[in-house]
Design a protein. Structure first.
Lengths: 311, 465
């Protein structure tokens, strides 16, 4: 090896060392430790007893964990199938040619992100209150009193029997409430991604398809959607991962619990409760590994789907 | 080429000025952090969570310094922050404070491991040898005991009375002294539930209580003779008494004859509804009096207190809610000073008076209950001597037993209650007899989940008495 050959290698090693040090201390070591903890029952770091796969077996029987998984999946589906289409719809509205004040609208829709999740959660807790919450008051004054079912094209009779001022969002309809609250937070955020993707579509493609006689729906389905698919896939993946890690929103709105009958309990909340409230870091680690496994499977699944479509 | 070569080496001439500055900052700050001594202020360190208690502790600390020369440094935390610091210190075995004033929900977490892992000093010998267990109301000790040992000095009794809108009740000519049971309460106050504005629902409800309010569920459960844990730490959620009480109190919240309504106890919207008189009665622990006094001044002179109506004639007329204790972490270097100050704070007549005057809280020290301060009329409560009213019920306060899973059980009780109420509404059931099978099934399911937690905890089983 010549001097000129060893020097860059040594330099690279020196520059990589801090990364490996930080990665080792803050990622690899906790990962190994959490794997060890997952087969132990603990009370803090000092008291631990080996329990083998008992933590995982207990999770398989644990009704609260099952509920947390179900709730998290419901929220994830709500994010992907309600939040993202709304974000795309908003982005398409803002992408209309000749729209004035695009920047202002973009700021308005994005602004909940600037306030932060904690603030949004605290406001949402007030908005969804029974009887005094803004949403129930609004529903009562519209659906409850003003709208005459006889004037509408269709009507759901069950809506007539609902006591709108007392509608129990925070007791019975917790997951719908969380999905609605998260729309406020994340629709504008995802809209920015979609808007950037839409603005990068070659306009000549859309104009050519219009000249060829394609209507708005056909143009959206065959031109716009394929063009933004890479960004769309990325946003879906981010949204799924973020949804599976849901914690702060229900934690704050439901006052540090999973809500009545654990209707708002999520996987990460249950992990937190087990590890940091009940003090069983072993059980919390087992939950963490199950969550990691779910994330890995989902990410691999999405990569597989994207590759198959690319072919 | 020359430019890229600058980044290839690590010599002094190889780093750009910015990189060199960052590296220098990293090295200097790292060394500074390593060498900087952790300075602790001299004297005792007291960690607490209650802003209400903090109103008069600094004066007490100052007097203590004058008497003994020992300074007390008081730090106020939110409950979650205090719990995390406390448990972090206990888990790691590092120094926390000399005294921790803990609240019921946070202290239970310290009891989850083997008895030797409990971070609080075992005070059993001190409390027994100094006769404190005879001077303090017995029910005040139980939340701070684990496996038969005392780990805290009780701060309070927290009896619960019924607060009611005397202005509305008296204007309607209702005599509250005729009420002995909840059935009497419902019958005598029924005229107040009239629908005068014609909107199809009562203008007022009789009691601020709802199936989703876990604290008030526990209050009524305890009043009715129920419990969540027994003295040995076993979960008792599905007991027959609990089933009966739950069926009874959920019947108050469902059906056309319901007389309860959910009013938020803490928010401004909830306070506005109290001022409007949406509910007549409120479950009021002594500490709640202090909170109403400062947060709802509009109700001054309009509220009175009376013993809770009993579940049956001759039954218990009070319950209990909340509670605090003073514990001494084992890692304290000043255990004897800390113990002396804890006793001064909790046992002295002067501070018991100030505690009542500032917060409305009644001392658990029975020999101080004869103090004239408790007989002083309170203008806010229509000149009633509220201290005396609470003290009259204090000996009858039910015992509550500690568990690391206390909070889990409280939330499980709420889940059972909401489940029963929702099933009752969907099936059109409302009488206690109809609700009893639902309550039994819901409580049994919740007890199974708590039992699973207890069974999984190998440490508790190992060190049970």
């Amino acid at each position: 090896m010549s001097a000129s050959g060893t020097r860059p290698a040594r330099t690279a090693a020196v520059f990589l060392l801090p990364f490996f040090l930080v990665f080792g201390v803050f990622t690899v070591y906790p990962l190994i430790l959490s794997a060890i903890l997952a087969v132990q029952q603990t009370h803090g770091p000092e008291y631990a007893t080996f329990v083998g796969i008992d933590n995982f077996a207990a999770l398989a029987r644990d009704a609260d964990f099952h509920k947390a998984v179900r709730n998290t999946i419901v929220y994830t589906l709500g994010s992907v199938f309600i939040q993202l289409p709304l974000a795309l719809g908003l982005a398409m509205l803002l992408n209309r040619p000749g729209l004035t004040g695009r920047g202002v609208y973009r700021l308005i829709f994005f602004s909940p992100q600037l306030m932060g999740l904690v603030f949004v959660a605290m406001l949402a807790a007030l908005v969804f209150e029974s009887r005094t919450g803004m949403l129930n008051i609004a529903l009562d004054r519209t659906i409850g009193r003003v709208i005459d079912p006889g004037t509408l094209l269709f009507w759901i009779p069950a809506l007539e029997n609902i006591d709108w001022p007392a509608f129990p969002w925070l007791q019975t309809f917790i997951m719908p409430m969380l999905i609605i609250a998260s729309l406020w937070m994340y629709v504008g955020y995802n809209m920015v991604y979609f808007l950037a993707a839409l603005q990068n579509i070659d306009r000549s493609l859309i104009e050519a398809s219009a000249v060829d006689g394609a209507g708005p729906l056909t143009r959206f389905w065959h031109v716009t959607l394929p063009a933004i698919r890479p960004v769309g896939s990325f946003v879906v993946l981010l949204s799924v991962i973020g949804s599976l890690q849901l914690f702060e929103l229900p934690y704050i709105i439901l006052e540090q619990s999973g809500g009545p009958q654990n209707r708002g309990l999520t996987i990460v909340m249950y992990l937190y409760q087990s590890g940091f409230e009940s003090g069983d870091l072993g059980y919390a680690s087992a939950i963490g590994w199950v969550l990691a496994l779910m994330l890995i499977v989902l990410a691999l699944g999405q990569i597989w789907i994207m590759r198959r479509e690319d072919r | 080429m020359a430019k890229s070569h600058r980044f290839a080496g690590v010599g002094s001439d190889a780093l750009s000025p910015g990189s060199a500055l960052i590296a220098l900052c990293a090295v200097v700050s790292g060394v500074a952090v390593l060498l900087m001594p952790i300075k602790r202020e001299p004297g005792l360190e007291l960690w607490m969570f209650s802003p209400e208690h903090k109103q008069f502790y600094p004066d007490a600390a100052e007097r203590w310094r004058e008497q003994t020369g020992t300074r007390v440094n008081i730090r106020l935390f939110g409950i979650p922050a205090l719990k995390r610091r406390m448990m972090g210190g206990f888990f790691a075995g590092v120094e926390t404070a000399d005294l921790i004033e803990g609240e019921r929900q946070m202290v239970g977490a310290a009891f989850a491991g083997p008895v030797e892992s409990i971070g609080f000093l075992d005070l059993t010998e001190r409390i027994e040898s100094e006769g404190l267990h005879e001077r303090i109301n017995p029910a005040s000790f139980t939340p701070w005991m684990s496996r038969g040992r005392y780990f805290g000095l009780p701060h309070d009794v927290h009896p619960v009375l019924l607060g009611y809108r005397a202005d509305i009740v008296e204007a309607a000519g209702i005599d509250m002294s005729r009420i002995e049971t909840w059935e009497d309460f419902r019958r005598e106050l029924a005229p107040l539930m009239a629908d005068n504005d014609g909107d199809g629902s009562p203008d007022r409800y009789l009691l601020s209580f709802w199936e989703s309010q876990e604290d008030n569920l526990e209050v009524l459960l305890l009043q009715g003779g129920g419990s969540m844990f027994d003295a040995e730490g076993r979960c008792t959620l599905a007991s027959e008494t609990n089933v009966d009480v739950l069926a009874e109190i959920i019947s108050w919240c469902v059906g056309d004859d319901r007389f309860c309504i959910e009013i938020n106890e803490w928010t401004s919207t909830g306070h506005a509804e109290k001022i409007d008189g949406l509910a007549i009665g409120y479950l009021m622990p002594d500490w709640m009096c202090g909170i109403w006094l400062t947060q709802i001044p509009q109700l001054a002179g309009k509220v009175k207190l009376m013993p809770l109506p009993a579940f049956e004639p001759g039954g218990r007329r009070t319950s209990v809610r909340g509670g605090s204790m003073m514990g001494i972490p084992k890692t304290s270097d000043n255990i004897e000073d800390a113990w002396a100050f804890a006793k001064e704070l909790y046992l002295s007549r002067d501070l018991a008076r100030r505690l009542f005057e500032t917060t409305g809280i009644v001392t658990p020290v029975t020999e101080l209950w004869d103090d004239p301060v408790f007989d002083e009329p309170q203008a806010y409560f229509s000149d009633q001597a509220t201290g005396r009213l609470y003290i009259q019920q204090a000996p009858d306060v039910p015992a509550r037993y500690a568990s690391p899973y206390y909070r889990n059980a409280q939330l499980a009780l709420r889940s059972a209650a909401t489940s029963v109420a929702e099933l009752a509404r969907s099936r059109g059931l409302s009488s206690p007899d109809e609700l009893r099978p639902l309550a039994a099934a819901a409580l049994a399911a919740e007890q199974r989940s708590i039992d699973a937690l207890l069974d999984r905890n190998a440490f508790l089983a190992e060190s049970s008495p």
